[in-house]
Design a protein around this ligand. Structure first.
Ligand code: CP
Ligand code: NVA
Length: 302
């Protein structure tokens, strides 16, 4: 059987994704009950981080430790990858040793090449194009707070970036409507948008997008690797802050999510981030449980 990878949400069927969310909810209960559950005993996860991370690294390392396995953190600074050993060589070598791989990098093509040469499953832990692992946690969080997201209205405010792209894929796979409010010049990838058909659309303004929303989501205006564009972006996104005025246009029980780290009073006001509709801390915590469900699926269930 071909090796399964998780490079985007489109690599799994809607039924498999639903199964992962339900499993993540179960695994969270198992952990909170104090039960020791080690389905990944003796399994080893290799982790390559070419960009910084707090949540993703700790979620994957903790997931492997709690499930009885082990994780190896590989920084390009200390490996031959950082000295130019070709990706296709590294993939063939490393995948003969570890059981599963996780990569955070810049170009999406890099992870595609690694996966093409890997004998073991490869997980996308963020590229410039996609952040599918975060969407598992976001969907779990919505299901836990409000039930099924099918048919709901989700709003993306801000940059048409990696997170926005994964939300576009999620709209297709979880069958919700995504309205995107992004300034000219910062729109999401047209191919992904077109592929989503009626599941995703561009709105004229943040206010127009937020009408009757069930969930409002945003992310930083300058992603990792775009730091030198920060000042230009602060000006371009000045009208795209998620604040109380925008939240009031949504349904009264609408939720707010942000993958974090957040820049308070830039893309989101302090009041909304810390307010009663914000579920960002549950969302961050669910990275652990949803990553466990993903690892268990790729290592034991398919
Ligand atoms: N949301 C997220 O991926 O956070 P980290 O960059 O801290 O991993
Ligand atoms: N869009 C952000 C997400 C960080 C988790 C970035 O790529 O930096």
């Amino acid at each position: 059987m071909a090796t399964r990878h998780f490079l985007t949400l489109m690599d799994f069927s809607p039924a498999e994704l639903q199964g992962l969310i339900q499993r993540a909810i179960e695994l969270k209960k198992i952990q909170h009950s104090g039960q020791v559950f080690e389905p990944l005993k003796n399994k080893v996860l290799g982790m390559v981080f070419e960009k910084s991370s707090t949540r993703t690294r700790v979620a994957f390392e903790t997931a492997m430790a709690q499930c009885g396995g082990h994780a190896i953190f590989l920084s390009p600074r200390d490996t031959q990858l950082g000295r130019g050993e070709p990706i296709k060589d590294s993939a063939r070598v490393l995948s003969r040793m570890v059981d599963i791989f996780m990569i955070r990098t810049f170009e999406h093509e890099k992870i595609e090449e690694f996966a093409a040469y890997s004998q073991v499953p490869v997980i996308n832990a963020l590229t410039d194009l996609q952040h599918p692992c975060q969407l598992l946690a976001d969907m779990q969080t919505y299901f836990e707070h409000r039930g099924d997201i099918k048919g709901k209205k989700v709003v993306w405010i801000g940059d048409g970036n990696n997170m926005c792209h994964s939300y576009i894929d999620a709209a297709r796979q979880f069958d919700f409507q995504l309205a995107i409010a992004a300034p000219e010049g910062y729109l999401p990838d047209n191919g992904l948008l077109n592929a989503a058909g009626e599941h995703a659309s561009l709105a004229d303004s943040p206010a127009a997008a937020c009408q009757d929303a069930d969930l409002i989501v945003t992310d930083v205006w300058a992603s990792m690797g775009q730091e030198e564009e920060s000042n230009k972006r602060i000006k371009a996104f000045a009208d795209y802050q998620v604040n109380s005025e925008l939240m009031q246009l949504a349904k009264p029980d609408a939720l707010f999510m942000h993958c974090l780290p957040a820049h308070r009073d830039e893309e989101v006001s302090e009041e909304v981030l810390e307010g009663p509709q914000s579920v960002v801390w549950d969302e961050a915590g669910n990275r652990l449980h949803s990553q466990k469900a993903l690892l268990e699926f790729l290592l034991t269930r398919n």
